[in-house]
Design a protein around this ligand. Structure first.
Ligand code: ADP
Length: 609
């Protein structure tokens, strides 16, 4: 129940919509019921000759059904007397028409309130979800599949949407409708109503049981859809590799498996769902039949003062009680599904963000002295330490290079400085301030990162360079692009800086992508630079250009380089050799080269002299 109200409150506040909804829904139900009540005089005029007794005076005003009835009869009888039956017929038809119009008019207004509410719920829920996505720590995304997160954003939120609407209807409209109709039934015939209401619980119970079974299967399809999206997402982002490895068949097979599981589960689920409708209709008609028999006998035997017109109206009205009851039972299952889906959304929204700022966190002042890793240890998983007791000092304006086999912990070391993760032992200081004591934003504002895999977005060249910044002059962007050796190829593109570069920059070559991401770093103008050296996968010409732009970028900056090609870091102020999370050698290129250790071996492998 807590989840339910939490979801509704995304319409903020949920209470706000209630009075308005009820305001519209009540007249819509009253006029709806009236339409049926008006059938009695209609049928009387058409089939009966019973004379109407004309009242001479208007009835006294009261706020009751009796008064309305008397008022109607007064006008009706008078018209019938003075102008004949045809006129009376016209009068009833007109009244019915107006009443139907009003009933629907008010219903539409009630629906509008619901629509407003549900669109707000969906809007705010998606907003909260997306904001949470951007806020969450990197570690969260390591064990979450993208497809799953996407499916929560799309299908689960939609599920919540329909359940919100159902909930309002089930809580207010349908019960009121049932009460109003049952009230009318009592007015027409108490005896018959008492008798027939006995059959209600039977059909309601049967319908409720079916919808309960339905719910259990519904959950399954949600997670299955997530799997389908996962495979699709993986395929789309890896389409190059898939083609290169001729793995189309393999991916198709993988997809088909998930797709087929979805088909089977969804088939059996829908079969069950579709069973609910015919079964409940059958049960509904069965109860009406019971009424027909009892009522028919009463009419035929003249046991009650039930007229034929009243009886027909009674049947018509009775059949109208079944749909809202059916609605209530389906709404129960819709709400259940919505709750399950809502819980999935809220579960993500509630994941605590681990990298937090202290309340007393201060802004990091402009970096000017040194970065220090003091006895830092870190592990992704409890049993296997990734970094062990790392101490590094990086003076302002200097360059430190991390080398070592892949998996030795180089990227992790750099990530810790960005506070993508927090150290578990030891500390990292920037200008003698623990990075956990300053605001994350002020820390990251001073950091520039160029990764091995340049991350570009489906947007223009301009926006990719000026990424995350507002009100950037074109001049500055061009200047940054020139420094990054990117200007030339950009102006040769169809629309220059306004060219859209395709999904993740697919329209560009690897070297071009890299130079764009360097231009981005140049524009940001960070004082500390983290380079995950990116030239290893490029051809010689691109490498030269990229290397040159990296040199430009590094000018006057403090740089931490993760080196793959040792030839590029020979002039580093310190080279740190890592192995299995530990520093095994450190010093300048000359020192390490002559030390004949691990570094020398790495150099020999890459033919560095
Ligand atoms: P390098 O940059 O030197 O290749 P990394 O810092 O990327 O090394 O990785 C160091 C170790 O940490 C590796 O054994 C790797 O498998 C592990 N590792 C890296 N990222 C994660 C992660 N998100 N979850 C668990 N283990 C990880």
């Amino acid at each position: 129940m807590k989840v339910f109200f939490r979801l509704l409150n995304y319409a903020r506040p949920f209470r706000h919509y209630l009075p308005e909804y009820i305001l519209w829904v009540i007249p819509s139900i009253i006029f709806g019921a009236m339409n049926f009540a008006l059938l009695i005089p209609l049928l009387d005029v058409l089939f009966k000759t019973q004379e109407l007794t004309v009242q001479t005076t208007l009835p006294d005003f009261q706020l009751s059904a009796d008064y309305l009835n008397a008022l109607f009869n007064y006008f009706f009888a008078e018209i019938a007397q003075s102008r004949g039956k045809i006129a009376a017929l016209e009068f009833i038809c007109l009244t019915i028409l107006i009443s139907v119009f009003l009933a629907n008019f008010f219903r539409w207004f009630a629906q509008r309130v619901l629509i407003r509410m549900r669109t707000w719920v969906v809007f705010r829920l998606r907003k909260a979800y997306f904001e949470q996505m951007t806020r969450l720590d990197l570690s969260f995304f390591h064990h979450q599949k993208k497809g799953n997160l996407l499916s929560i954003m799309s299908t689960d939120v939609q599920e919540v949407e329909s359940s919100v609407v159902s909930s309002m209807q089930i809580l207010f409209r349908d019960p009121l409708q049932v009460i109003a109709y049952v009230g009318l039934l009592f007015i027409i015939s108490v005896k018959l109503t008492v008798l027939t209401l006995v059959f209600f619980p039977i059909s309601v119970l049967a319908i409720a049981r079916i919808s309960k079974k339905l719910r259990q299967a519904a959950n399954q399809t949600q997670s299955l859809l997530g799997k389908i999206l996962n495979v699709t997402e993986e395929t789309l982002s890896g389409i190059r590799i898939i083609k290169a490895f001729s793995a189309e068949r393999f991916m198709q097979k993988k997809f088909n498996q998930e797709n087929d599981t979805y088909r089977r589960v969804s088939k059996s689920m829908n079969n069950r769902r579709e069973l609910a409708s015919p079964l409940s209709e059958f049960l509904g008609v069965a109860t009406v039949i019971v009424v027909l028999i009892f009522g028919g006998i009463m009419v035929l035997n003249n046991q009650s003062n039930l007229t034929a017109a009243q009886f027909i109206t009674y049947i018509a009205l009775y059949s109208q009680i079944i749909p809202p009851i059916k609605n209530i039972s389906t709404a129960v299952s819709t709400i259940q599904r919505g709750l399950v889906a809502g819980e999935r959304v809220l579960k993500i929204i509630d994941v605590p963000v681990e990298i937090t700022e202290k309340p007393e966190a201060t802004e990091l002042a402009q970096f000017s002295q040194k970065i220090e890793y003091q006895n830092v240890s870190f592990s992704y998983r409890k049993d296997a330490p990734t970094l062990k007791n790392i101490s590094i000092t990086l003076e302002h304006g200097k360059m430190v290079a991390l080398v070592g086999k892949s998996g030795s912990g180089k990227s992790t070391t750099a990530d810790l400085l960005c506070r993508f993760y927090d150290v578990q032992e030891g500390a990292i200081f920037v200008d003698n301030q623990d990075i956990r004591d300053v605001t994350v934003e002020s820390l990251r504002a001073q950091l520039g990162i160029v990764t091995q895999e340049p991350i570009l977005f489906h947007d223009t060249v301009f926006n990719n360079i000026a990424f995350g910044m507002e009100n950037v002059d074109e001049e500055e962007v061009v200047k940054a692009a020139k420094i990054a050796n990117a200007h030339e190829f950009i102006v040769q593109m169809e629309e220059g800086y306004q060219t859209v570069i395709g999904d993740r920059g697919s329209k560009l070559s690897g070297g071009q992508r890299q130079r764009l991401s360097i231009a981005r770093a140049v524009l940001k103008n960070p004082s500390i630079l983290i380079l995950d050296e990116a030239t290893s996968s490029l051809d010689t010409e691109s490498e030269r250009l990229v290397q040159e732009s990296i040199q430009n970028l590094m000018k006057n900056r403090t740089t931490l380089v993760i080196a793959h090609r040792l030839s590029t870091i020979q002039h580093a102020d310190e080279i740190i050799v890592m192995e299995e999370g530990e520093i095994v050698e450190r010093g300048s290129h000359e020192q390490l080269f002559h030390q004949n250790g691990i570094y020398r071996k790495l150099c020999d492998m890459q033919s560095v002299v």
